[in-house]
Design a protein around this ligand. Structure first.
Ligand SMILES: NC(=O)c1ccc[n+]([C@@H]2O[C@H](COP(=O)([O-])OP(=O)(O)OC[C@H]3O[C@@H](n4cnc5c(N)ncnc54)[C@H](O)[C@@H]3O)[C@@H](O)[C@H]2O)c1
Length: 255
């Protein structure tokens, strides 16, 4: 059976928010499989530091400055990726705003904040998917993985609604890009131990999520999400498109 390593060798991945957190973990795992990785991040200095670390291990890694909410910046970043590595085969739409403040009710969160949230979490996915399509299609197809959230199955906050929209875009782009042999799937992580999430969330919230809401009583790790991403980019998932894979330790989610 083909594995992620087989299918991804010599391919190119465009990873948004690739500087830290999940994005860095995705880049590290794909680079270990021989994939050339492009870290597209609004924090260019952090993306460059990660790209240098990967390059020091022999990986082909490039940092590009890019705000996914800015259509023109995305087009320029994808053009740079194509110029440097020859094309794009994998797109990981990972960049996202997820601070706790975005879980406040719509009546509380400033409208400008709602707009900024949707610009990054929703329009950012549209910008990157559209920008990468032509190159992926020209190379015979590819795989897009969108990072939604368990909050996107509850949709009870601005953040949750933005992540529900990511699930909708996953179905829409799976349909629109199917003729180009581009599969589009999403992952909905539960509460995961990224540095930024752990720095922000109160310890008691983390403990109660693990002990009272999850069926599997341990902290979700980077590897849990990385393994799902590798599966969705591999030949092992070649008959799967338009789906959202929940990786939450079994939190009941109904939407
Ligand atoms: N950490 C969790 O527990 C968790 C759970 C569910 C979903 N998620 C989702 O996973 C994704 C990554 O989460 P994380 O915890 O690794 O985040 P993080 O905050 O650690 O990293 C996010 C990265 O995205 C970059 N970024 C932010 N806005 C950007 C923009 N407009 N354009 C380009 N880059 C931008 C940041 O600079 C940073 O490098 C997000 O979409 C988040 O909503 C996280």
């Amino acid at each position: 059976m083909a594995d992620a390593r087989t299918e991804t060798t010599t391919r190119v991945a465009f990873i948004t928010g690739g500087a830290v957190g999940f994005g860095r973990a995705f880049a590290t795992a794909l680079a270990a499989d021989g994939v050339a990785v492009v870290l597209a991040d609004v924090d260019f200095e952090a993306a460059e530091a990660t790209a240098k670390e990967l390059a020091a291990t022999g990986a082909r890694a490039l940092a590009v400055r890019c705000d996914v909410a800015d259509e023109h910046a995305v087009d320029a970043a994808v053009a740079t990726a194509i110029e440097t590595f020859g094309g794009v085969d994998i797109l990981i739409n990972n960049a996202g705003k997820h601070l706790l403040k975005y879980n406040q009710p719509f009546t509380v969160l400033e409208r400008s904040e709602v707009r900024a949230l949707f610009d990054v979490n929703v329009i950012g996915v549209v910008n990157c998917s559209v920008a990468c399509r032509e190159s992926m299609a020209a190379r015979g197809g590819g795989s897009i993985v969108n990072i939604s959230s368990m909050a996107g199955h509850l949709a009870s906050s601005p953040y949750g609604v933005s992540k529900l929209a990511v699930r909708g875009l996953t179905v829409a782009f799976a349909t629109e890009f199917a003729p180009d042999k581009i599969r589009v799937n999403a992952i909905s992580p539960g509460l995961m131990a990224t540095e930024n999430a752990m720095a922000e969330l109160p310890a008691e919230m983390v403990t109660s999520m693990i002990n009272e809401r999850q069926l599997i009583h341990r902290q979700g790790t980077m590897d849990d999400i990385v393994n799902a991403m590798l599966f969705l980019c591999s030949a092992q998932s070649s008959f799967i498109t338009g789906e959202t894979l929940r990786v939450t330790g079994g939190i009941p989610l109904y939407l």
